[in-house]
Design a protein around this ligand. Structure first.
Ligand SMILES: *Cc1c(COP(=O)(O)O)cnc(C)c1O
Length: 369
């Protein structure tokens, strides 16, 4: 393959467009260096780290304008660990789950635990979306807000089913898409997408009804491993702690990003920013004959993960390789989707101007391949 050198005036200033882990802003790194000596290498049971955890909790409460009585929980293990915690500690007997990609599918699998009834899985083909729907015998309804593997998003609405909980996997949506938290009981995420931190933690905004469910199941005779026990998480989170040692650098990166988002104007401001960034790509797709949006329905096209199908005459792997050689990285499609596709993270940290440059860089490469 001939080498392609993209001219500097077309190249994005920052070439990180991954869908997670994603771009970490320089200010987050500078903050980490500045307070590193007070935080890194110190006990997570002492005031400096507990204050940092408290700042994360307060910052998220502000960012999401959480309703009275809602709490901010956090624990180790990322969203993947949270799935198992939810199967142990939030599903009473049977969940309904929406599955329209890999991540929704993974919670459906966790909810198929032997102590529960088989979940009611509402399945839709990747590229489209599935919706939750009130049904008999369901005590928890779960859906991704944004399905990162396909770039499809759905609105957050509480399922009208008295006594049941609505739980949202917001791992890639949180901090990038506007949401009314009163429309759900559990809104959980990890910090390595819009929050531009590192992986390994999960956070959740939970309603009083969800806390009550956690306590009720915790008091029952269901076996729950300590590490996944949500009653532990509630107790520790109220003390600005985690059961076991958290990654302190992650907390610092996360706190910086939440502060930046709140200073920018909160969720409305980051929502406008990701809309602008993704809109640049959707407009570019419209005028590019060899590119099309993978998600057919414009209403379901994600504003934080843009998936672009390429004409079969264009070798997507060669395009991503040429871009990578120029420092523009991680726009490969989700591995298991197996499509001739590009997938671009347009999370809060990404500069819209860099998305314009990305489109110009892709054009430049395709013209020369
Ligand atoms: C990234 C992602 C996950 C997995 O998060 P981990 O922290 O790696 O476990 C889960 N759900 C969605 C929607 C994601 O985008």
């Amino acid at each position: 393959m001939t080498e392609i050198t993209i001219p500097t005036d077309l190249l994005p200033h920052d070439g990180r467009f991954g869908s997670g882990p994603s771009l970490v802003r320089q200010q987050q790194l500078d903050d980490l260096v500045a307070r590193g000596r007070d935080i890194l290498g110190t006990s997570h049971r002492q005031p400096p780290v507990k204050q940092l955890v408290g700042a994360v909790q307060e910052g998220l409460a502000t960012l999401f304008r959480i309703p009275d009585g809602y709490e901010v929980l956090l624990a180790n293990g990322g969203s993947t660990a949270f799935w198992d915690s939810a199967a142990f500690g939030l599903v009473e007997a049977r969940a309904q789950t929406a599955k329209f990609g890999e991540f929704g599918g993974k919670f459906a699998k966790a909810a198929a635990a032997p102590w529960l009834q088989a979940p009611d899985v509402r399945d839709a083909a990747p590229g489209s979306v599935a919706f939750l729907e009130a049904a008999e015998g369901i005590d928890l309804y779960a859906t991704p807000h944004n399905e990162t593997s396909t770039g499809a998003m759905v609105p957050v609405h509480r399922v009208d089913a008295p006594g049941a909980l609505t739980m949202i996997d917001a791992t890639s949506a949180a901090g990038g898409i506007e949401v009314d938290i009163s429309q759900c009981d559990v809104y959980y995420f990890a910090p390595q997408k819009n929050f531009g931190a590192d992986g390994g933690l999960w956070l959740a905004l939970v309603s009083p009804a969800a806390i009550e469910r956690i306590e009720r199941i915790g008091a029952s005779d269901r076996y729950v491993p300590d590490f996944l026990d949500l009653t532990n998480v509630v107790a520790n989170s109220r003390k600005q702690q985690t059961l076991n040692t958290p990654a302190l650098a992650t907390l610092s990166l996360l706190e910086s990003q939440i502060r930046w988002m709140n200073e920018l104007g909160g969720l409305a401001a980051v929502d406008a920013r990701t809309r602008e960034s993704s809109g640049i790509l959707y407009d570019w797709i419209e005028r590019t004959p060899w590119a099309s949006a993978y998600v057919a329905n414009p209403e379901h096209r994600s504003q934080v993960v843009v998936t672009i199908d390429l004409d079969e005459a264009i070798d997507g792997t060669a395009v991503t390789a040429a871009l990578r050689a120029n420092g523009v990285v991680d726009i490969d499609p989700y591995r298991k989707l197996g499509r001739n596709q590009l997938r671009v993270g347009t999370f809060a940290s990404v500069e819209p101007e860099d998305v314009r440059r990305l489109a110009a860089s892709i054009d430049y490469v395709v013209e020369r391949l």
